[in-house]
Design a protein around this ligand. Structure first.
Ligand code: URA
Ligand code: SF4
Length: 208
């Protein structure tokens, strides 16, 4: 089955990985999206924050978490005492998946399929090798399933510091699952959902 691996260079240099990711054809999502949205942040960040996939704004700007969900994430990180400048931010899937609204004006986010998450995983594994984070914050079910497998349930483990599977060889040592910032934007009680996200993020150990 097709995946990103043949496009991923054997390198731990983020600039090389980012450049190569521009021409990935590991699944069909590159066809309709504007560009690959690779991760962003310091080369050796202790904390890697993993989202789902780029949204409409990210697709146009080429950077992760610059739209509404990203703004909310930034605010929540600050409130939890985490410096966004010190975290590496990326997505489980690096191309925007969407459908067009009826008259084609709006691009509506679609959840990536399991096959697309698996196809894109070699990029994430390369980023983990390059950045060598101690902790990965998993934002929502897609991020969690990419790293922890499809049977992992965020709802059962949100806000818990969990040991990462051995296959990662200590990079990361642990993961912290929580909800996706977009789910906070959609929540009936937004303040409550936001406070719960901040509370989870406060579990990131001091000094990381
Ligand atoms: N949602 C994500 O999961 N990632 C982004 O980069 C933007 C929105
Ligand atoms: Fe490659 Fe991932 Fe884009 Fe699919 S979504 S084309 S695997 S970068």
């Amino acid at each position: 089955r097709r995946d990103a691996s043949e496009f991923v260079p054997d390198s731990i240099e983020l600039s090389r990985l980012r450049e190569a990711s521009r021409s990935c054809r590991g699944c069909d999502l590159y066809q309709d999206a504007t560009q690959t949205v690779f991760g962003e942040g310091p080369r050796q960040a202790d904390v890697l924050v993993l989202g789902e996939q780029p949204g409409d704004r990210e697709d146009r700007e080429g950077e992760p978490f610059v739209g509404p969900a990203g703004k909310l994430l930034d605010r929540a990180l600050v409130e939890a005492g985490i410096d966004r400048e010190r975290v590496y931010v990326t997505n489980a899937v690096k191309h925007f998946k969407f459908t067009r609204s009826e008259r084609g004006k709006q691009r509506i986010h679609k959840k990536p399929a399991r096959g697309e998450i698996v196809a894109c995983r070699p990029w994430l594994l390369a980023e983990l090798k390059a950045v060598q984070p101690k902790l990965v914050v998993l934002l929502g079910a897609t991020a969690a399933s990419s790293l922890m497998g499809p049977s992992f349930r965020v709802t059962e483990h949100r806000g818990e510091l969990i040991e990462a599977p051995e296959e990662f060889g200590g990079c990361p040592e642990r993961v912290l699952p929580t909800v996706h910032p977009s789910s906070v934007l959609r929540a009936p009680d937004r303040d409550e959902a936001y406070a719960a996200l901040v509370k989870d993020l406060k579990e990131v150990p001091r000094g990381l």
